[in-house]
Design a protein around this ligand. Structure first.
Ligand code: PRX
Length: 668
């Protein structure tokens, strides 16, 4: 089934004489778009130069070489000074607690960013230095990231739900010189003592021989009356935080508010080359160690700006809301860079869809007259469980476009989103992309592309997908296989930070000449793409990629575990859940206390998102004669599916029956 909603405004724009992508080559297409941005110097080299073929030498992608610009200048100064959008709202910040809110204009944001950029400079941060940011969803997080890019520093944001261990690993990998964090925050009614975790991470770094000299802490929960909030704020809901712990090390720690008080709100941007590093963002790697995905300045800027504008059909009066956290790529590209580059007004939400009740999302939609709403299938499935009534309590009349990202959306959730939330008025843009792609690569254009529930539809302009079979042959027409891309687009990652070899091995080695996504995909008779899920050792839990190897090594660090194997089991809300098989060391008995300890261990090593859903005691694991664990068989056991296929290579098939008998049932 396909559904088409026609919005003439959008089609007219796409087909207008000044912007007709169908008859442009990539250089003309992107060249035309680049004209809207500020360039300190124009590009001199080729518009796009690349090698995607490992057999021909090093993999590289260079876009607009020779041009120099600054992203912060383009998303703030250009909007304030050239486009006269200074008084427009950049963000409506909605806190975790209803009533805690804040409005920030483009002019205010520019001032605050300049101030903080001066603070960073005064702390010795220079162009090219890496700065780690570990903050909740507050406007100051955007301020911190833009202040970095204003002075040419490279931000590395670590999602505030990650553990101290994960933060330490990321700080060390990118050798950050400074950490920016906050005292703490609430997620629903749960207090997160962020500074405590940050300190633990810095101590772990020290123990491993790496020390960060400076840590700037924002007082988010413990702000004093004279520490003026950014922007205009309604009186924050009074809440005492008796459990908030804010350890303070005067050798290292600095207070955000004290530093900005004396800082000038003018700061000349550092002009950066197109291919200078912009940011590093870590994503799970199938070997267990996260990869620092590196994005660079110009290509990422143009790509996020353009995909945002076209995929959300952004119009000047729109109010856009992406519910992701800035700690993930969705927040980088479609809360900060893409929307700000367009001068858009966005909602920035600190809280949860279920706090204080399950109507919160729709209450916010009505409160700010949200026109475009972008969320993950896992959130839709979660809210679906509570039925229509919490949605229908609010009008949602302002909504025009609905988007999803992060995992395949099942048709049932799609239809609920379309019918109940959008009341069949709003096209759904199912956007497929990755941390590595920088922006949307397979996506409908709202109202222009007929929708098929569950399909991310067609490639964005300039993106050339292909489907390969196991031998690396391109399949034509309707087919299923590996999803790859044949040429770069401006926003694609440039390397794995500090590890070009890993970049080439992970994405380019399996099929020379192609960027390999790691996803399986089906193409139907209309040329539509349907993502079938990961085909490497990655799991997608609530739209977040997790590596099975990373969870396994966290489990194996427990003294009672000698071996662990982790697989995915379908979950009605999270998409996939973590099903872990553990073999215990001799003499240890499995019991509830040990199970709780193992869950805690993974949570502490990686973060709450990686908490195992099921742990099964596995005295033996199904292995081939060469000792390789047959995960395919474990997946079947986790799902209680008896059609095991060929298991003749198993060294001892009796373990399989034993595992079937002791498997964890649903809800256990
Ligand atoms: O498996 C695909 C899935 O999420 C992976 C990328 O995860 P990450 O780098 O964390 O970025 C998530 C947000 C962009 C992909 O390899 N994925 C993402 N979007 C979709 C999707 N699967 C199906 N449909 C989507 N729309």
């Amino acid at each position: 089934m396909s559904i088409n909603i026609v919005s003439c405004k959008h089609l007219n724009y796409l087909l207008s004489a000044s912007f007709n992508p169908f008859c442009l080559c990539p250089a003309e297409f992107w060249g035309d778009i680049a004209k809207d941005f500020f360039w300190k110097t124009k590009h001199t080299g080729q518009f796009l130069d690349y090698n995607f073929d490992v057999t021909k030498g090093e993999i590289f992608i260079k876009f607009m070489e020779g041009a120099s610009t600054n992203i912060c200048y383009n998303v703030l100064d250009r909007n304030v000074h050239e486009r006269k959008l200074g008084e427009n709202v950049a963000f409506y910040w909605e806190g975790n607690e209803p009533g805690d809110e804040l409005t920030v204009t483009y002019r205010e944001l520019l001032q605050r960013v300049c101030q903080f950029a001066n603070v960073l400079k005064s702390q010795g941060v220079k162009k090219g230095d890496r700065v780690s940011i570990y903050m909740p969803m507050v406007v100051e997080l955007v301020v911190a990231m833009l202040a970095c890019v204003r002075i040419g520093a490279v931000h590395s944001i670590v999602f505030a739900g990650f553990s101290a261990e994960s933060l330490c690993e990321r700080i060390m990998d990118s050798q950050c010189s400074l950490l920016i964090t906050a005292d703490g925050f609430y997620r629903g009614d749960k207090l997160i003592n962020l500074k405590l975790l940050a300190d633990e991470a810095l101590q772990k770094c020290r123990d491993k021989g790496f020390s960060i000299q400076r840590c700037i802490m924002l007082k988010h929960l413990s702000k004093e009356a004279d520490e003026t909030p950014l922007g205009s704020r309604s009186p924050p809901a009074k809440r005492s935080c008796p459990d908030l712990q804010v350890p303070w090390n005067p050798e290292v720690d600095l207070c955000w508010h004290t530093l900005v008080r004396g800082a000038s709100d003018e700061c000349e941007p550092e002009w950066c080359d197109s291919e200078d590093p912009l940011f590093i963002l870590y994503t799970s790697g199938s070997t267990g160690k996260p990869k620092g995905v590196l994005h660079t300045v110009s290509g990422y800027m143009l790509y996020t700006a353009t995909t945002f504008k076209l995929v959300f059909d952004h119009q000047p009066d729109d109010v856009y809301w992406c519910t992701a956290d800035i700690g993930w790529i969705t927040g980088h590209s479609y809360i900060t860079y893409g929307p700000l580059a367009n001068g858009a007004t966005s909602v920035l939400f600190e809280g949860l869809p279920t706090y204080p009740d399950v109507s919160r999302m729709w209450e916010i939609v009505d409160k700010y007259h949200v026109t475009s709403f972008y969320t993950a299938p896992t959130a839709i499935r979660l809210l679906m469980k509570y039925g229509r009534e919490p949605v229908q309590k609010y009008k949602r009349e302002s909504l025009k476009i609905l988007g999803t990202v992060g995992e395949p959306i099942n048709p049932e959730a799609w239809h609920w989103y379309y019918t109940v939330v959008g009341e069949k008025r709003c096209p759904i843009v199912d956007t497929f992309w990755q941390t590595e792609t920088g922006g949307h690569v397979l996506t409908p254009l709202p109202a222009a592309t007929p929708m098929k529930p569950g399909s991310a539809t067609l490639p964005f302009f300039g993106v050339v997908p292909a489907i390969l079979n196991e031998s690396g042959e391109e399949l034509e027409g309707p087919s299923e296989g590996y999803l790859v891309f044949k040429q770069p687009w401006p926003g694609v990652m440039r390397t794995v930070y500090g590890n070009q070899q890993r970049f080439e091995t992970t994405y380019f080695k399996k099929f020379p000449g192609y960027y390999v996504t790691g996803d399986g995909c089906r193409r139907d008779e209309d040329g539509y793409y349907w993502i079938t899920g990961r085909i490497d050792d990655m799991l997608n839990v609530s739209g977040h990629l997790l590596s099975t190897a990373e969870v396994e090594s966290a489990l194996m660090e427990h003294k009672s575990v000698s071996e662990a194997a982790v697989v995915g089991r379908p979950h009605p809300v999270k998409g996939e859940s973590l099903y872990c098989f553990v073999t215990l060391t001799d003499g240890v008995t499995y019991n509830r206390t040990l199970e709780a300890e193992l869950k805690k261990q993974v949570r502490e090593k990686i973060g709450a998102i990686a908490t195992p859903d099921y742990i099964q005691n596995a005295p033996g694991l199904p292995k081939t004669r060469s000792g390789k664990i047959m995960r395919r068989v474990l997946r079947k056991i986790a799902c209680d599916e008896r059609d095991l296929g060929d298991i003749s290579t198993l060294a001892d098939s009796s373990v399989v029956e034993q595992l079937f008998q002791n498997r964890c049932r649903m809800g256990v």
